[in-house]
Design a protein around this ligand. Structure first.
Ligand SMILES: NC(=O)C1=CN([C@@H]2O[C@H](COP(=O)(O)OP(=O)(O)OC[C@H]3O[C@@H](n4cnc5c(N)ncnc54)[C@H](OP(=O)(O)O)[C@@H]3O)[C@@H](O)[C@H]2O)C=CC1
Ligand SMILES: N[C@@H](CC=O)C(=O)O
Length: 384
């Protein structure tokens, strides 16, 4: 079987290596790269060479970005070629369009590598859905930010230094603000919850990242038995759903608090299975390459994933409420003190907002950031 890879970067090279070294019967016959990067005889900078090649039945997109990835995926599907992609940004924005075109063309759309790196997270959601309704999905779904927080907690490392290391290791997005501002987790949360809830989830959800997290914030939460993790969360019930991405203060003894390095931990709750957790490397060349090669093998064995994402469901932010802590030098309306005994450098104080939606918390935090751009906010996880 001949396949093409679009983009020979961190992920594309991982796929090429795994296929070449470990998979018989699959050949990477063409690679799309930019004109100044044609370093291998299989490479072309003309996508038409790939889409017009009748021997290529599967296109693996790992260029990233929205365009031209969106156009290339649509063109490949329209030409009856199946597509595997690791590009969560383009899938989060165009999931419904890709699914319709894939169904129309009798082609397969494979998206395992868009969420959770090497973890079979989408496959597990699809499997759980065969029996159960899924009431929630949540988790640590970004390797870069987990790597940063883990190094800050364990070594007191400086945010910018660890971010640079995550970039060097190939974990971070091309623009790492997508990681630290929560956009990457938003994309993964939209994709995973759309698959879990049988609907096309909206992209307009509250998103707060960890850009302003400091060691003092981590120390404050640790003194109260908590650690901070960037979580994507989505819940549904009675034809409605809500989702949010935000730093969450989780109990130190929880599994989430103990996830190290670039690892992810994804959780679903199903009607009969209850809580299920999936753990593994969430970023990196070979773990992500592995997820893509699993998709390639599914395609070669005739397994085509089926996504039901057409059920109309209403977005209802009241389904997702928490207590929130905001650390700032500014004033937070309708709040109470959280940590009068804790001394922050620069006279910051920590305020508690009780039982509000993620949407309201995000609104309050945006106002606070206007006054003090170094402010930080985290939800406090409910103890089960
Ligand atoms: N890195 C990771 O751990 C993971 C990444 N992903 C996703 O996988 C995708 C790829 O990520 P990653 O490999 O890290 O990114 P890289 O930037 O390392 O690789 C992208 C490659 O695609 C090439 N490229 C970009 N645009 C074009 C184009 N128009 N035509 C031809 N080639 C192009 C780039 O060339 P050039 O460098 O010259 O611009 C580069 O070689 C992204 O969507 C990312 O979100 C998903 C899971 C994990
Ligand atoms: N930048 C992403 C890459 C994988 O999706 C991450 O750090 O998780």
């Amino acid at each position: 079987m001949k396949i093409a890879i679009l983009g020979h970067g961190v992920v594309g090279r991982g796929v090429d290596r795994i296929v070449t070294e470990r998979v018989e019967g699959v050949e990477v016959s063409r690679i799309l790269e930019l004109p100044d990067r044609l370093t291998d005889p299989r490479m072309t900078s003309n996508f038409q060479d790939i889409v017009d090649d009748p021997e290529i039945s599967l296109v693996v997109e790992c260029m990233g970005g929205i365009e031209p990835a969106h156009t290339f995926i649509m063109d490949a599907l329209s030409a009856g070629k199946s597509v595997v992609t690791s590009n969560k940004a383009v899938v989060a924005e165009h999931f419904g369009e890709f699914v319709s075109q894939a169904n129309f063309s009798h082609a397969g759309l494979y998206i395992e590598a868009t969420c959770g790196g090497g973890i079979p997270w989408i496959a597990s959601i699809l499997k759980a859905r065969r029996i159960d309704d899924i009431s929630s999905i949540s988790g640590i779904m970004n390797g870069t930010t987990n790597y940063i927080v883990d190094a800050m907690v364990r070594e007191g490392a400086d945010f910018d230094v660890v971010l640079a290391e995550a970039q060097r290791l190939g974990y971070a997005e091309r623009d790492p603000s997508a990681d630290i501002d929560g956009i990457d987790v938003r994309n993964k949360t939209i994709i995973a919850s759309s698959v879990a809830f049988d609907t096309t989830c909206t992209g307009s959800i509250p998103v707060t990242g960890i850009r302003t997290l400091t060691k003092a914030d981590l120390d404050l939460f640790e003194s109260r038995g908590l650690s901070v993790k960037l979580l994507g969360r989505a819940v549904q019930g009675d034809g409605r759903y809500a989702a949010a991405v935000e730093p969450v203060a989780v109990p130190l003894r929880s599994l989430e608090a103990n996830v190290p390095s670039n690892f992810n931990l994804c959780t679903l709750v199903g009607t009969t299975v209850g809580e299920l957790k999936f753990y593994g490397q969430g970023a990196g060349s070979l773990p992500t390459g592995n997820a893509i090669v699993q998709d390639i093998l599914d395609f070669s064995e005739g397994r085509v994933p089926h996504y039901d994402i057409d059920t109309p469901k209403q977005y209802d932010p009241t389904l997702l409420t928490s207590d929130y802590v905001i650390r700032t030098s500014s004033y937070v309306e309708d709040s109470e003190p959280y940590a009068e005994d804790f001394e922050f450098v620069g006279g910051d104080r920590a305020f508690l907002l009780r039982g509000i939606t993620a949407e309201k918390a995000h609104e309050a935090f945006v106002n606070v950031l206007d006054q003090d751009p170094s402010s930080f906010m985290a939800a406090i996880a409910r103890e089960d």
